[in-house]
Ligand binder design. Structure first.
Ligand code: PMP
Ligand code: GLU
Length: 401
């Protein structure tokens, strides 16, 4: 029967987050007793550090359980400003910082504050699954610019310029990237900066993985490459990945005062402040010892080596070595067109279904990231799962006819 109540048009344009959807499916299958190896969701397999959890508990015990200032408690915004100053030398006042209910919510606030119908926003593919939908929820149009495996997913500026129109309002960059783990070169960032200055674009730089890198030497950042961009750049970060705090829901944005104020207006009419308790925990994370991401990174490194070697041993599979984050994004398209039990694998969705149904491997199809020839494995999971999973993966591909 047709439902009585119609939904708003905007809901029909978007899809549920595919990463969260695959994770939910994997968890449900596991709860039902299936031997699932879950490579789907991107969250550290670490507990939140003790001192951060203690701060959260203390907030509850101290009765710090009421509304706070909409953009976050001043001491947290001050601590975030200090972090930016110490780590990068960027000078932000606490008023130029908004704390939101996770990094995703920060992106949502930005899009609502900046974009609307008729606006185009450049999104580089492979992209993180939520960028296009968050832009669409603001009524604007995501314009997808392809990056290639051959160039290690770095930006080719001569490709980017083909997608620029007089409606282009901004660009989202994510380095290290989810899903590829690639980082942008200094040259690419310089070129983006030049175009942004010329056309008055807003740059949204999603730095959520910036503490988890596998390259020696500093990660180039667009604001370090071209400090003049400070008046048109929004820096997104948070504690979800760097402090294993995905469930606490705390992200933050730094940027020009008038944009942050506009984002605060939107936050005040939607979520109000992020959780008071989670803010106190985030304060402990941001202002306390900063070695936790390194501890995680040291655990991730051997897993990455293992997974890359295992992938390299599979005929026809190629994989760019990630420079950061905790994902590998192998190209599996050599296996498209092959069959299992008479059913043809046409693309990444079919492959992800085949892997889940026949081999109990949960991975996210590349199509969710705008790159159908690939599949994403998160290696923020145990070495046992990785070893078993890579064995099953090789077997699964080998069985296709
Ligand atoms: N950006 C990227 C690239 C991500 O992978 C994530 C992970 N969820 C986020 C933003 C948002 O993180 P969260 O909302 O969990 O803080
Ligand atoms: N960013 C994580 C991922 O890509 C979490 C899932 C999500 O927020 O969509 O798996």
């Amino acid at each position: 029967m047709e439902p009585k109540i119609n939904l708003a048009a905007r809901v029909k344009q978007i899809k549920p987050s595919p990463t969260l959807a695959v994770n939910a499916k994997a968890k449900a299958l596991k709860a039902a007793g299936a031997d699932i190896l879950n490579f789907s969701v991107g969250e550290p397999d670490f507990d939140t550090p003790d001192h951060v959890r203690a701060a959260g508990k203390a907030a509850i015990d101290d009765g710090f359980t009421r509304y706070t200032a909409v953009p976050g408690i001043p001491e947290l915004r001050e601590a975030i400003a200090r972090r930016f100053a110490e780590d990068h030398g960027w000078q932000y006042t606490p008023e130029q910082i908004q704390v939101s209910c996770g990094g995703k919510h920060g992106l949502y606030n930005m899009a609502q504050a900046l974009f609307g119908p008729g606006d185009e926003v450049l999104v580089l593919a492979p992209y993180w699954v939520s960028y296009p939908d968050i832009i669409q929820l603001a009524g604007a149009t995501p314009v997808i610019v392809p990056l290639t495996e051959e160039k290690d997913f770095d930006l080719e500026i001569e490709v980017l310029v083909k997608y620029v129109t007089d409606k282009t309002r901004g660009i989202i960059i994510n380095s290290p990237s989810n899903p590829t783990g690639s980082v942008f070169s200094r040259e690419a960032l310089e070129a983006i900066g030049k175009l942004a200055l010329e056309h008055n674009w807003v740059i949204i730089t999603d730095d959520i993985y910036d503490t988890i890198t596998y390259n020696d030497g500093k990660l180039p950042h667009i604001l370090d490459v071209n400090p003049a961009l400070i008046d048109q750049t929004l820096v997104l970060n948070g504690v979800s990945k760097s402090f294993a705090m995905t469930g606490w829901r705390i992200g933050y944005t730094a940027g020009p005062q008038h944009i942050i104020s506009a984002m605060n207006k939107i936050q005040s009419q939607s979520t109000s402040n992020p959780s008071s308790i989670a803010q106190k925990a985030a304060l402990a994370a941001v202002s306390g010892p900063q070695d936790f991401p390194t501890v995680m990174k040291e655990a991730f490194e051997p897993r990455l080596d293992y997974i890359l070697n295992a992938l390299a041993a599979i005929e026809g599979v190629t994989c760019v070595k990630p420079s950061g984050a905790f994902y590998v994004f192998p190209n599996i398209s050599a296996y498209y067109g092959r069959t299992f039990n008479g059913k043809k694998i046409e693309g990444s969705l079919d492959m992800a279904d085949y892997l889940l149904n026949e081999y109990k491997i949960a991975a996210v199809p590349g199509v969710a990231f705008g790159a159908d020839r690939f599949i994403r494995f998160s290696f923020a999971t145990s070495m046992d799962v990785i070893e078993d999973g890579m064995k099953r993966f090789a077997e699964a591909l080998g069985r296709l006819e």
